[in-house]
Design a protein around this ligand. Structure first.
Ligand code: SF4
Ligand code: SF4
Length: 333
């Protein structure tokens, strides 16, 4: 078990990432979540943005609320939106208390300042905490420098960010500060959003570092059992496993979107990150209908690209964004 920062919560090293539950039926989801609890998994992370994931987790933990730590998050930035989302999350989970409520994917200085301002989202989180509706306040994001700033400006209890065998760059300072502040650390995207196929060694690599709770998404009973087994047998990678991971990464290259959002804004109004997110949900999570619906509902689609190239100049990973957007439209358009 690992200590979750200074919260006094003791967590199984593998937690449950709630994104993929969206594609399970309610019955399947309830069974998967219940099996996770049986296997010792006690941290469940969801989000308002994951449609019915909170509700499905709630079904699976019925009668076991005292055995689990519930975490969720919202993109709400103002006090009014935040207060509303907290109430929705409570109803969706079917509980009167959420252990950790997080500010979801804080993407810019402006968003951070809105959260921190009077009438900002953090005001409602603090009020909800005083009212006993939530236990702790956390933050999640993809930009280490922004998370560093946020941690210096507000006493968050936890921080959640992507960290995996492929994406270790620029994380040392953030991990160092989180440890110095004794925060709970939540490792999201342990398989780089599905880009790493060698799931077992990739998870072993993270678990052996004991940085915090690692939350792979799960939508099958077999995954729950495999992931729980890995967490019961934490050990460093063997040279063969390291070699296998390196081969996997070499085959993959670096041509995938990390959702850092440096490429925004696009003068044509395309939400580039969302385009690649929908494509990833389609290709990696098999959420075909979900991805197509989201793409269809986007006001500005990938096909609106004028090929100006501004985004590619800003992308720190030098992704061929224009070419990739064409492929997104072919797939989802
Ligand atoms: S190349 Fe396309 S996607 Fe990139 S900034 Fe220009 S219009 Fe937007
Ligand atoms: S396209 Fe590049 S800059 Fe834009 S979010 Fe993805 S990785 Fe970041």
């Amino acid at each position: 078990m690992i200590d979750f920062g200074q919260t006094g919560l003791s967590l199984f090293p593998v937690g449950f990432g709630g994104i993929p539950l969206q594609r399970n039926t309610e019955e399947e989801a309830a069974e998967i979540v219940a099996r996770a609890v049986e296997q010792g998994i006690n941290f469940f992370d969801s989000a308002r943005a994951y449609t019915d994931s909170e509700h499905k987790i709630g079904l699976g933990i019925k009668g076991k609320r005292d055995k689990v730590v519930l975490a969720t998050k919202t993109m709400a930035r103002t006090a009014a939106e935040m207060a509303e989302d907290i109430e929705i999350s409570l109803r969706q989970f079917g509980t009167d208390y959420i252990d950790l409520y997080q500010c979801h994917n804080v993407r810019s200085e402006e968003e951070l300042q809105t959260l921190l301002s009077s009438k900002g989202g953090l005001e409602s989180l603090v009020l909800a905490q005083r009212a006993g509706k939530i236990g702790h306040i956390g933050i999640t994001g993809h930009r280490p420098e922004l998370l560093l700033k946020a941690l210096k400006e507000f006493p968050f209890t936890s921080v959640q960010f992507p960290y995996n065998y492929l994406e270790q760059e620029n994380k040392a300072e953030l991990i160092g500060l989180a440890r110095e502040l004794r925060l709970g650390i939540i490792i999201m995207k342990p398989l780089a959003g599905g880009a790493i196929r060698e799931a077992e060694p990739a998870l072993r690599f993270l678990l052996a570092q004991r940085l915090g709770v690692v939350i792979p998404g799960m939508d099958r009973l077999v995954q729950v059992e495999q992931n729980a087994r890995l967490a019961r047998d934490i050990r460093p990678l063997t040279p063969e496993e390291t070699e296998g991971l390196n081969r996997d990464i070499a085959g993959l290259g670096q041509d995938f979107c990390r959702r850092c959002e440096y490429c925004q804004p696009c003068p044509a109004g395309i939400n580039i990150t969302n385009m690649f997110l929908f494509e990833g949900y389609y290709s990696r999570y098999d959420l075909h209908q979900w991805a197509k619906e989201r793409y269809e509902a986007s006001t500005v689609k990938a096909s609106a690209c004028t090929k100006c190239g501004q985004c590619e100049d800003k992308c720190p990973y030098s992704l061929p964004i224009r070419e990739k957007l064409e492929k997104v439209h072919e797939l989802l358009g």
